[in-house]
Design a protein. Structure first.
Length: 259
């Protein structure tokens, strides 16, 4: 069965952010994206930041959800949930949850990170198996990486054509090097007005889902928030586009260019 992880790749794409001084977000931030597949308004995805604790350690608890709507459900029904718990002070992930239901394909993964032992335990609940992977202190999961990058890379240090790299673990394939190339600045017209953005090119695996390794483009706001504004991808079959549709609880003002 051909599996097209639509919401998975949209959420993967939004990790490309750059900012310093821990000023990019706060508990209460909520982002909503409208996703189009071809001519269809295919689905919505949301990211919400909450406060929590794990073993008395203050953490952010981020919940990402994606669902197809309306006519798109007839062709390919998607209902995905991602959760990440990561430290408020060091952004180190403690727990990651990935539950997928995409066109009948399901997945139920929980990852627990033990930073004292430099190991991550992946619990595949669907298949009733556990795997251990060696990790380093700077490893991130799919969601925590998004917030880590927003706080730990300075826009002034970005060079056009140069790449950012990050170790990531979010599935039973183990730790991999996520690579992201900076393409420069571009102003987009959005439903909120014109927004100056930083444009990135995440490198993806060509073939099964994406047409080429450089099939994905990402624009994030060039302000203190560094939130995703638009994502485009050429898939092996068709194309996909995601636009920021709504937001709430931003820590900083969303910078919109007034004509």
């Amino acid at each position: 069965m051909k599996k097209i992880y639509i919401i998975s790749f949209i959420l993967l794409s939004v990790i490309a952010n750059a900012q310093t001084n821990n000023t990019a977000y706060k508990a209460g931030e909520w982002l909503k994206f409208r996703i189009h597949y071809g001519f269809l308004n295919a689905s919505y995805a949301t990211l919400q930041v909450k406060s929590d604790k794990i073993n008395d350690v203050p953490v952010y608890h981020v919940v990402g959800r994606g669902k197809t709507t309306g006519f798109a459900n007839i062709f390919f029904k998607v209902d995905d949930t991602y959760e990440s718990y990561f430290g408020k002070q060091n952004n180190m992930p403690y727990k990651f949850i990935r539950k997928l239901n995409e066109g009948g394909y399901t997945k139920d993964i929980e990852i627990n990170f033990d930073h004292d032992k430099d190991v991550a335990v992946i619990n595949d609940k669907k298949n009733n198996k556990k795997l251990n992977f060696a990790t380093k202190d700077d490893v991130q999961d799919l969601i925590s990486a998004f917030y880590y990058l927003r706080n730990n890379f300075d826009v002034d240090d970005l060079e056009v054509g140069k790449s950012i790299e990050l170790d990531m673990l979010f599935d039973d394939d183990g730790v991999f090097k996520f690579k992201l190339k900076f393409l420069g600045k571009e102003t987009l017209k959005t439903k909120f007005g014109k927004v100056e953005c930083l444009k990135f090119r995440p490198y993806v695996q060509s073939g099964r889902v994406f047409k080429e390794k450089e099939s994905l483009s990402l624009w994030v706001s060039n302000d203190l928030n560094k939130i995703p504004v638009r994502i485009k991808a050429q898939l092996a079959v068709g194309s996909i586009k995601a636009d920021l549709d709504a937001y709430a609880g931003l820590k900083n003002q969303f910078k919109i260019i007034m004509d």
